[in-house]
Design a protein around this ligand. Structure first.
Ligand code: T4K
Length: 384
């Protein structure tokens, strides 16, 4: 009897050769430095900064703690304008800092915050904008910076999805006061669990490095109420082994994305992602929007694909303000963010990862066409 084929999940980690990790771990076994700014941790910080085209990078246990510490480092108070269309960690990090999320609307091309909606949310209590480069698509960084300058606000980018993305003026991670990355198993670059903060200068990096190490300045001095959010040598080893192959892995992702775009082109009622928004995209996700007038909705399509062993995900449904812990928030009102509501209703993220076979992409696209009821080619429905 033949076993059923493996399901195709929304993502699958791209792992470095195990021998490369083991080689690095042999050094750890020799020197017995397991954590606390060990040699692999230092090496990964240096190599990642170089690779990403940034100057100051601090490694973290995960992206959520990086965000919690980034917000703490900026000494924010009051309200922070943020996106309802994100992973819940974005707003949870605000709550952990005693900050109140104020949900603004997004635009459904970039899936980032709409600057006009941000401006409408500003009150005397607003201290910052926490924007998300959702799916790795750049936010409107120039417009957001103009608002920050006009209203004296700080800007933090949740760039959990935006590893190695360039906008038209270089690394996307250079914008705002701080950016954070996630290196979770489901991300383009992974250390199993991990994350980072990108700082604009050495002084800020020093403060952040203290914050992630209990606030210690030296053995007997704690300068600030910190936390333990350090990355271990084991996780750093995985990152170091993965870095040499990451550009090739992103190229493989590109081939998958282009195959989807080709096979799904012209399908009426289906909005395809626009990767041209970034000068150098990372193809982290492949979100499609199913228009309200379509013969099926995103749940129907997800079910149809699941019946064929394909497991897409509705990132990000429910919206953050729909979760119990944010429902009583003053800005948790769908009338304030209609485009985010629409995106959450219509979105489906299709499987994308470096070793997804192009024949499988063609099969998934064929199943989608089939469920839409044939090949229905329309004149102008793709955005890429
Ligand atoms: N900000 C944003 C905008 C984020 O999206 C995230 C995380 C964060 C901040 C916080 O960063 P971290 O603290 O996580 O570093 C996943 C991830 O857990 C989460 O990291 C990610 N965003 C979010 C968008 O997605 P789930 O609940 O979808 O994960 P899970 O376990 O269902 O995985 C999805 C699929 O991936 C599985 O069906 C199979 C595959 N997979 C997953 C894991 C964990 C594997 O093949 N191997 C694995 O080890 O949340």
């Amino acid at each position: 009897m033949t076993s059923p084929p493996e399901p195709i999940y929304v993502t699958r980690p791209h792992l470095p050769p195990l021998a490369d990790v083991v080689k690095l771990l042999e050094g750890v076994w020799d020197c017995r430095i397991l954590t606390n700014d060990g040699p692999l941790h230092q090496q990964l910080e240096d190599e990642l900064a170089l690779f990403l085209g940034v100057e100051h990078l601090s490694l973290f246990t995960n992206g959520t703690l990086a965000l919690v510490v980034a917000l703490k480092a900026l000494r924010l108070q009051g309200e922070v304008i943020t996106s309802p269309f994100s992973f819940i960690a974005t707003s949870e990090a605000l709550s952990w800092n005693g900050l109140e999320p104020m949900f603004a609307d997004i635009d459904t091309r970039s899936f980032g915050l709409d600057p006009a909606s941000i401006e409408a949310c500003i009150t005397p209590r607003t201290s910052a904008i926490l924007a998300v480069h959702c799916y790795g698509f750049p936010c409107d960084v120039e417009a957001i910076q103009r608002l920050a300058d006009d209203y004296s606000l700080r800007v933090i980018y949740d760039a959990a999805h935006a590893f190695a993305v360039d906008c038209h003026c270089g690394s996307l991670l250079q914008h705002g006061n701080l950016s954070i990355l996630s290196f979770h198993a489901t991300k383009v670059f992974t250390t199993f669990e991990g994350g980072a903060i990108i700082s604009p200068d050495a002084k800020t990096k020093k403060r952040i490095d203290r914050l992630k190490n209990f606030g210690f300045v030296d053995d007997s001095t704690v300068a600030v109420n910190g936390i333990n959010a350090k990355m271990s040598e084991l996780h750093a080893a995985v990152g170091l082994a993965q870095l040499p192959g990451i550009r090739a892995a992103i190229e493989l992702r590109r081939a998958v994305a282009e195959a989807y775009l080709r096979h799904l082109a012209g399908l009426e009622h289906l909005q395809l992602p626009d990767f041209s928004q970034a000068a150098r995209p990372n193809y982290a996700y492949f979100p499609v929007l199913i228009a309200d007038g379509a013969p099926i909705n995103s749940d129907d399509l997800a079910e149809h694909l699941r019946n064929h062993g394909i497991i897409p995900r509705r990132y990000f449904h429910p919206l953050i303000p729909d979760f119990q812990c944010f429902r009583s928030n003053a800005s948790a009102d769908p009338a304030r963010y209609p485009e985010a509501v629409r995106a959450a209703r219509q979105v489906l993220c299709l499987p994308i990862y470096p070793d997804l076979a192009l024949a499988q992409v063609e099969r998934i696209a064929g199943l989608i066409r089939q469920r839409f009821g044939g090949i229905g080619i329309a004149a102008d429905t793709t955005c890429s």
